[in-house]
Structure formats: C-alpha cells, structure tokens
Design a protein around this ligand. Sequence first.
Ligand code: COA
Length: 382
Amino acid sequence: MVDAPEIKHGLEGVYFTESGICKVDGINGRLYYCGYSIETLAGNSNFEEVCYLLLNERLPSASELSVFRKSLASERDLPDEVVMVIEKLAKSSDEMDVLRSAVSMLAFSDKDAADDTEPSNMRKSIRLISKIASIVAATGSVRAGRGYVRPDPSMGHIENFLYMLNGSKPKDEHVKILDTMFLLHAEHSSNASTFSGIVTASTLSDMHSAVTSAIGTLKGPLHGGADEAALQMMREIGRPEHTVKYIEEALAGKKKIMGFGHRVYKTYDPRARIIKKRLEELQGSADEEVRNLTNIALAAEKLMVDRIGKSHGIWPNVDFFSGPVYTDLGIDIYLFTPIFAASRIPGWCAHIIQYLRENKLIRPLEYYNGTLDREYVPIDKR
Ligand SMILES: CC(C)(COP(=O)(O)OP(=O)(O)OC[C@H]1O[C@@H](n2cnc3c(N)ncnc32)[C@H](O)[C@@H]1OP(=O)(O)O)[C@@H](O)C(=O)NCCC(=O)NCCS
C-alpha cells in the first residue's frame, strides 16, 4: 500500500514552470513585469508599451513602438458576424459570456487561426489585444443603445476604447487613468486564468481556444469577478457611516470581503496602493455617488487592515479599489470583469507563447481514495 502523497490543494505553493515575464513578490508586496517594477511602469510607461514589453520581454525603440501601435490600430475593427452576435446578446446575457463567445468566434475569420508557429501566434496576440478591447467596448455601447461604434485608427488603444464605448472623444484625464488601470492588470504570473490558458495551449490546441479558456476562468468571483463583487458590497453598505457595522457583521458571519486576500500577496498588493492614490483624489469628487463609494472603500480598507490585515495576512488586492475609479470614469459595473480581460490579454498571450517554446503537456495527478474491484450488482438487484 503506497502512502497517500502530500496534496497541494489549489496547487498552492507548486511551481510548474519558469519565466522571466513576471515576478510577484508576495512577502514584500512587489510586482515586476520583465524586471521593471510596477511603480516604475505606472509612472513612466503606458499600456501599449507594456503589451510590447510583455510579448517581447524588452522595451521597444520609438520606431518599434510606433509600428506596434499602428498594428494594434489596424486590427481593431470587428468581423460582421461578431458584431451581430454582440448586438443579439449584449442586452440579455452575462457580458463575460458574450466576450467568451465572441473571442471564440474570432478564430473563424483569423487567417492565421490554423498556423501555430510563433510568428503567427504573435500576430494573433496583437489581434486579440486589439479586438478584445473592441468587443468589450461594443458590448457596453450596444447595451447602452448606441450600437457598434467603429474604431478610430487615429486614436491610441485606450482613447479608442473609451471612444467606442461612449461614442464620443474621451477627456485626456480619463484616458490616462484608464491606461493606468489597464497597465496594472496587464500581467500577474501564473494566476488562475493564465494557467488555464497555458493548460489548453499545452495540448497543442490553439491561441483562440487558450484565450477562451482563460476568459472563462477569469469570470469567477474568486478571480476577475472580485471587483464587481466589491462594488456591489459598497453599494449595499450605502453610506460611509454604515461601513464599520457592515464589515464587522460580515466578518463575524465568516463572510469573505471581496477585494481582500490573495494567494500570493501576504501583504499590501502594490497595485492596490497605486489605485488607492487615485481614490484619495476622488474623496472630494463633485459626483455624490463617486464620493460616497470612495469614502466607503477607504473606511472599509482602514477597518480591514486594522482587523485582519496584520494578524491574518489579508490585505486589499487590486480589485478592491477599482469600482469607485471605474464609476468615476462612467463605466458600468457589468463591464468591470470584461475590462479586466481586455487588460490581461497581453499577459495571457505572452505566457502561452513562452510556454509553447518548451511545451510539455500539463497533466497533474489525482490521488484515488476510493475502493477497488467493487462487485457490479445488476440494476434489478440494487
Ligand atoms: C483570493 C483568495 C481566493 C485567496 O485565498 P486562498 O489562498 O485560497 O485562501 P482561502 O480562501 O483558503 O483563505 C484563507 C483564510 O483567510 C480567510 N480569508 C481569505 N480571504 C478573505 C477575505 N477576502 N475576507 C475575509 N476572510 C478572508 C478565509 O476565510 C480563510 O480563513 P480560515 O482559515 O479561517 O478558513 C481569497 O483571499 C478570497 O476569496 N478573496 C476574495 C476574492 C478576491 O478578492 N479575489 C481576487 C483576488 S486578486
């Protein structure tokens, strides 16, 4: 009889590959994309440059970035059949389901779909980065009754996203803030959605299938859906002065507070620190809803940090503060997780391409704890 192996529930603490794309230092609360700290990138770079960085593991020259931006711009328009599906489903379906189905459909019109070489996968990555943002913006625009707004190739990635979403040229300040949000969500090592994309790719399936798997994985409230759940909680709390009672009761009832806790960070998530700075600026917002949500978020954060931060290692993660920031940008809650997907796509693609260079089918073991050689009893005798 073989002893039961040690089982790592949720694969906690298990390394499955190595990579130079991302370092998450959960003890010291540091995050690096290809060696650059997240603070350096948020302060100096932008989402388009970070996409290039993640896919190529180096920063582009000015001319390389210019070519890359033009490629993104030229790939933004959506195939007619995808627009039709969005127009049919966006008002009545879950937005992540719309995104998952639309991305799956993109394969039918991608001339590189069946070519799994690395140059082809790079081209598909650029298309996916570009088109997923268009799908999310189109979903929001159709839901708001504006229909599909065609992309404007003269605009940058984030400016165009807001343009396609709202049908009007966005304010520079809004473009800057959303760019930072996209940048902060662009990559995070072997998180659940990236891992599921890699698992699919490791069977030598294809890029669109791998990204579709990743989108399905991101949907859950323990992963990408946490920012929606956190904002819902803030809305339920209603007023800043109700925050303490609400959180105390939730903790006493052993409820999880969405937007807190992390498998890797056992300290403050550095991305949350950056978003919190923006929130502090919103405390005096002229918009009552934004001001209210901001003050609830800051009160909840203070209480949680005091109550279980240091003692239990449960700190705010990237998803906690996003809700009030997106609300300030006029973005509805149902688009939060799709926007997370539109931000994380460069990270997914970078890891999939890298893993395929030395591919090995991912197939872990499950320890069988049942009985063997059971007697089969015919159905009329059971
Ligand atoms: C992210 C998450 C799934 C990681 O958790 P994990 O490593 O699997 O750890 P567990 O869920 O087993 O949590 C460990 C303990 O901390 C507690 N805990 C974890 N997150 C908590 C939270 N957000 N609020 C209150 N308690 C929490 C658990 O109840 C558990 O307590 P117990 O040991 O007394 O049962 C978890 O922290 C969580 O569900 N957070 C809320 C969802 C979220 O914000 N997800 C986005 C992540 S970026």
